[in-house]
Design a protein around this ligand. Structure first.
Ligand SMILES: Cc1ncc(C[n+]2csc(CCOP(=O)(O)OP(=O)(O)O)c2C)c(N)n1
Ligand SMILES: [Mg+2]
Length: 356
């Protein structure tokens, strides 16, 4: 018997739980402007998140999936993607979309049931709720980029639970076989609704799932925004320049119920969430910024006040947006409506007319 191959999975962390910087930290760790931008965006994302939950609780928003505690993953990706890269979000994403110019009002519209809120503009796919669909969409977009000989990359995000789906393996397999310029990011927040990460798979890491597809995979501390940006940047560079796929497993923790329709206290050990809170990304960066004298209480307060104001304005705009007519439910799925739905649409139009 001979060992014919060895595989390693690396774990990247530059800013540790005590906000200490590693000696081999990337250049962004010394980039005051970039880190303050990341801090501001993470803060805004968290404040928006709390407001969205409050809106749902008071009957002003539909079901909403919280992004609390996972801000570094999304904001870090948004910072690194170029406008020409194709981004395939999953439902938990707010931070990346913000960085890509999507407004908070739009995100609220979507979760308020208005499909107009799901048009995120050029090079951004809409939210896709089917678990595990995003890696396939990203692989397809990457194939299109390659076929058209465009120099950019596609990036798709999914959760830890999604990596148990056949779709995830199929997407990685085709990306490896065809060497597609795609980055698959796994937001490993340790839960797939009530199914824990350990119940989900016997694999020690989710990153190692890439190996079978012939793709490099690695783990990244998803609570360390410096590591997130650096590793997403490296993966995107490999995709853009070498036309190679990558898998990044971001380790973080879901600091809320799965969605507002869930009650995690029925299955999640309270102590676990509390322990994980000590690693959360915003305070970690804040302590580093303060140690560098790049942030003080007054600057933080100013950022917070501006963010609260931005969220308030978005909420006002959202609440003031007139609802779409009921017929709009037929308008976003088919290019050409099949006759059976056309008949139903006509019926609805007549009803709306007869009801004035
Ligand atoms: C194909 C499919 N099956 C089931 C669901 C219901 N569902 C929504 S989210 C979710 C859990 C997903 O967990 P994970 O992939 O870890 O992502 P997270 O929500 O934790 O970010 C499930 C089962 C769905 N949306 N799509
Ligand atoms: Mg999860």
């Amino acid at each position: 018997v001979k060992v014919i191959e060895h595989f390693d999975i690396s774990y990247y962390q530059y800013l540790n739980e005590k906000s200490e910087l590693a000696l081999d930290a990337p250049a962004i760790a010394q980039d005051q402007a970039a880190l303050l931008t990341l801090y501001r965006q993470m803060l805004l994302t968290r404040l928006f998140d709390a407001k969205a939950i409050a809106l749902q609780r008071t009957g002003k928003l539909g079901t909403y999936p919280s992004t609390r505690g996972q801000e570094a993953v999304f904001v870090g990706m948004g910072h690194t993607l170029l406008p020409e890269d194709v981004f395939v979000p999953y439902y938990r994403d707010v931070g990346t979309l913000l960085a890509r110019g999507v407004s908070l009002t739009q995100v609220l519209l979507y979760w308020g049931g208005d499909e107009r809120g799901n048009d995120f503009g050029k090079n951004n796919f809409p939210y896709s709720v089917p678990v595990g669909s995003q890696p396939l969409h990203a692989a397809g977009a990457a194939f299109a980029l390659k076929y058209r000989e465009l120099p950019n990359a596609a990036l798709g995000v999914c959760g830890d639970g999604a990596t148990s789906q056949g779709d995830f393996y199929e997407a990685m397999n085709i990306a490896g076989a065809w060497q597609l310029p795609v980055v698959f990011v796994i937001c490993n927040n340790q839960w797939a609704i009530s199914v824990s990460r350990t119940a989900q798979t016997a694999a020690k890491t989710l990153a190692q799932k890439a190996i079978a597809a012939g793709i490099p995979g690695e783990q990244v501390d998803g609570n360390d925004v410096i590591a997130v940006t650096a590793r997403v940047a490296a993966a995107l560079q490999a995709a853009r320049e070498k036309r190679e796929p990558r898998v990044l497993e971001m380790l973080c923790y879901r600091q809320h119920d799965h969605t507002t329709a869930d009650d995690a206290s029925r299955y999640e050990p309270k102590i676990q969430r509390e322990q994980e809170w000590a690693k959360e990304p915003i305070q970690r960066l804040r302590l580093y910024l303060e140690a560098k004298k790049w942030l003080n209480q007054a600057a933080h307060d100013e950022m917070e006040a501006t963010s609260v104001q931005a969220v308030e304005i978005a909420v006002e705009q959202y609440l003031a947006t007139p609802p779409q007519p009921a017929t709009s439910m037929f308008d976003h799925l088919y290019a050409n409506l099949p006759p059976i739905y056309q008949a139903q649409r006509d019926l609805l139009v007549n009803k709306e007319v007869s009801h004035g």
